[in-house]
Write a protein that binds this ligand. Structure first.
Ligand code: SF4
Ligand code: SF4
Length: 186
């Protein structure tokens, strides 16, 4: 089946999830280290305030903290952690499928060009994507997504002794007692 965004949907640019669990807080859009400066410059150009936190760090056996960041994350603008700062909800413009447009669509992070693909062999889409909720999986019209996913996977490959995950401390008000902030060893 061919993948097509659902008419007027902007769900993946708005709703952020707790990952891998509530303790780690809401995650942002994954940003590779080589993308960080470019995304920060785009925000300045668009006069937007953005928050980029670390996401995955690595270190060697005796280190007590990560010594290298493998991935960062672009946080949402709401207190709950939702809504990407680059989503244009105000201008009245629409994306090609009628949702809210992305202010940096042509220069968006690799992770955005990958979504909703989460695995290429076998081809697997994120079940939270509205298309998947309505139609199940798709296996066509995903060439760009596959290329982006493979690039991210190659950048995230590591044989470091320790892999760390950053808890963002961000989420819904009622969940805050559970949500942590800082580095945790995987
Ligand atoms: S990828 Fe899925 S969730 Fe995102 S806009 Fe398209 S249909 Fe909606
Ligand atoms: S950068 Fe653009 S495509 Fe990516 S989440 Fe934000 S608004 Fe959506």
């Amino acid at each position: 089946m061919e993948f097509q965004c659902i008419k007027e949907c902007s769900q993946c640019c708005i709703e952020r999830e707790y990952y891998p669990s509530k303790k780690f807080g809401k995650i942002g859009v994954l940003i590779l280290p080589e993308e960080k400066e470019r995304i920060e410059k785009l925000a300045v150009r668009k006069k937007l305030k953005i928050k980029i936190l670390p996401r995955i760090g690595i270190s060697h056996s005796k280190d007590e903290m990560p010594t290298e960041i493998l991935a960062f994350q672009l946080m949402g603008i709401e207190e709950s952690g939702n809504t990407c700062p680059f989503l244009d909800k105000e201008s009245g413009n629409k994306s090609p499928h009628g949702g809210f447009p992305c202010k940096i669509y042509k220069e968006r992070p690799l992770a955005c060009s990958t979504y909703p693909l989460i695995e290429s062999n076998p081809m697997t889409l994120d079940k939270k994507c509205k298309f998947c909720q309505e139609y199940g999986n798709a296996d066509e019209n995903l060439i760009g997504e596959i290329e982006s996913l493979l690039k991210i996977k190659s950048r995230m490959n590591t044989n470091a002794k320790k892999v760390w995950r950053y808890a963002t401390g961000i989420g819904e008000k009622e969940d805050r007692p559970t949500i942590q902030k800082g580095w945790f060893l995987e």
